[in-house]
Design a protein around this ligand. Structure first.
Ligand SMILES: [Zn+2]
Length: 278
């Protein structure tokens, strides 16, 4: 028997529409609140790109290269001052369990997945009992070790076996604020899916390429399943630092230990103002 057009079906449809509208409204309002204002436990997140002596050869790179001697000194200082490295999965597990992160926890992050970052982690972090978080974009992951200058999945698996962690830096590293739907969703969702398939663990943390994000991008990141996302600066702004715009501490070329300590303890905004990140 067809009930199309009956008063019961109209009432059911009306209730369904009302319920759907409420669900959409509640979902949107929850997402809005989650993205814009919710404070979450976090720890200092250091942001590195390159470790090398070639920073001054191109003024545009100086903010993104750290001298090897400075890098080693920074790691030694962290270790001798009681800091210990954690991963985002550990931070999220603590948060889910209602635990505060252990005092002097720090996350050391590397962006972009260049092959020699793996060498740096093996040679400098691991002997000191330290781990890193690598934000990689699958569009550049090498098919074999050192392929095209980018790290390979095999090398990433090896780094994770030693305690480091791989998370998402989108699929192809675009400036997300300039990417429209549906490409934006693809950048966010496919990166997660590929990392999870290749490495066998959830990838629910995102680093915005160039640090570029806005409310629309944060909403898309939440919808794509990211629990946390990180910026490329720690400049204080009028927008609250919610779970999808966590600050990171940039370390620059030739900066002495005093600057490093000041950045770690006081944030970047009091030192140099804004930067755009990569
Ligand atoms: Zn990047």
């Amino acid at each position: 028997m067809s009930i199309v057009g009956s008063s019961n079906s109209l009432e059911i449809r009306a209730r369904c529409l009302l319920a759907a509208a409420c669900a959409i409204f509640l979902s949107a309002s929850i997402t809005q609140r989650h993205v814009a204002t919710a404070a979450v436990p976090t720890v200092p997140i250091l942001m590195y790109h390159h470790v090398g002596d070639w920073g001054p050869s191109n003024p545009g790179w100086a903010d993104w290269v750290v001298k090897p001697a400075d890098f080693a000194q920074q790691l030694d200082w962290l270790k001798s001052n009681g800091y210990h490295t954690i991963t985002f999965r550990e931070l999220l597990a603590d948060t889910a369990a209602g635990r505060a992160p252990a005092p002097k926890s720090v996350i050391i992050s590397f962006d972009d997945g260049w092959s020699y970052q793996g060498v740096v982690i093996h040679q400098e972090l691991e002997p000191r009992g330290m781990r890193a978080v690598l934000f990689v974009y699958p569009g550049a992951i090498g098919r074999s070790p050192n392929g095209g200058g980018y790290i390979s999945w095999v090398e990433l698996l090896d780094l994770e076996a030693n305690g480091s962690e791989v998370q998402s830096h989108t699929l192809t590293h675009p400036r997300l604020t300039e990417v429209q739907q549906p490409a934006l969703d693809r950048e966010l969702r496919e990166s997660r899916a590929i990392i999870e398939t290749q490495l066998g663990h959830p990838a629910r943390v995102l680093a915005y390429p160039f640090g570029a994000h806005d409310e629309r991008v944060m909403q898309a990141a939440a919808a794509a399943g990211y629990d946390r996302a990180v910026r490329a600066d720690d400049v204080r702004t009028a927008t609250p630092d919610g779970p999808l715009r966590l600050p990171r501490i940039r370390v620059g070329y030739g900066e002495g230990l005093d600057v490093f300590k000041a950045r770690l303890t006081h944030g970047e905004s009091g030192l140099i103002g804004t930067n755009s990140g990569t």
